[in-house]
Design a binder for this molecule. Structure first.
Ligand code: DX5
Ligand code: ZN
Length: 228
């Protein structure tokens, strides 16, 4: 698993005044995706960035932009993010009236589609849409802020989703990534990967890295090493 581990730094913890430099720096440091947290002060109690910022960073990196929508309603923003260069779009099922329709819309616009499950959200949301998912994102903190502590019960949930994905693929289904978001650090990434995650978001762990320890490249290597 660790050889295919994808690391997705969350720019929520980046220096927003120098966002172009920041995304170029994480790409140069070996990031696999740019994790892009969209908050609307309605679905979550915080307000961040939208399609204009996605469009602005797009020319600065080649790696995929992983848009995590923490907004309600969801549908009207999807075409805007697809046009702004998003490659992956995930949303919280509680925030969409018609989850199946929203997933289809994301794919029809040429992006990978995924559901995000909060710490207390049941896995039942996955039951009837496995064939429409490219990614499942498990929140290991309650959404809204960077720098929170990893909720340990996420490990059991990861194992359960890993079983579902493996069974789906064994029955001929398409590949589905399993991403985890919130409180991922060098101290817990081994447990997270062992539980079945193949894609790890890391915000404060990456952007809070001290330059003395090799900066972003140093922390990215430390995360990969710890995961092995
Ligand atoms: C929280 C966001 C996360 C957050 C992760 O709502 O979805 O992506 O930025 O930050 P850390 O890694 O600091 O928990
Ligand atoms: Zn996120």
């Amino acid at each position: 698993m660790s050889t295919t581990l994808r690391i997705a730094p969350s720019i929520l913890s980046a220096d927003f005044a120098r966002l172009g430099d920041e995304v170029r720096a994480i790409e140069a440091a070996g990031a696999d995706l740019v994790h892009f947290d969209v908050m609307d002060n309605h679905y979550v109690p915080n307000l961040t960035i939208g399609p204009l910022v996605c469009e602005a960073i797009r020319p600065h990196v080649k790696i995929a932009i992983d848009v995590h929508l923490m907004v309600e309603p969801v549908d009207s923003l999807i075409p805007l993010f697809a046009k702004a260069g998003a490659n992956i779009i995930t949303f919280h099922p509680e925030a969409s009236r018609h989850v199946d329709r929203t997933l289809s819309m994301i794919r029809e616009l040429g992006c990978k589609a995924g559901l995000v499950l909060n710490p207390a959200s049941p896995l039942d949301w996955l039951d009837h849409v496995m064939d429409k998912l490219d990614i499942i994102l498990l929140m290991s903190v309650n959404p809204g802020f960077g720098g929170q502590k990893f909720i340990p019960s996420t490990l059991g949930k990861l194992r359960a989703v890993r079983r579902r994905i493996d069974a789906h693929q064994a029955a001929g289904g398409q590949p589905i990534w399993l991403e985890v978001d919130g409180g991922v650090k060098t101290g817990n990434i081994a447990d997270i990967v062992r539980a079945g995650a193949d894609t790890c978001v890391a915000g404060s762990a990456v952007f809070g890295a001290p330059d003395a320890d090799g900066g972003y490249r140093g922390v990215m290597q430390a995360l990969r090493q710890a995961a092995q």
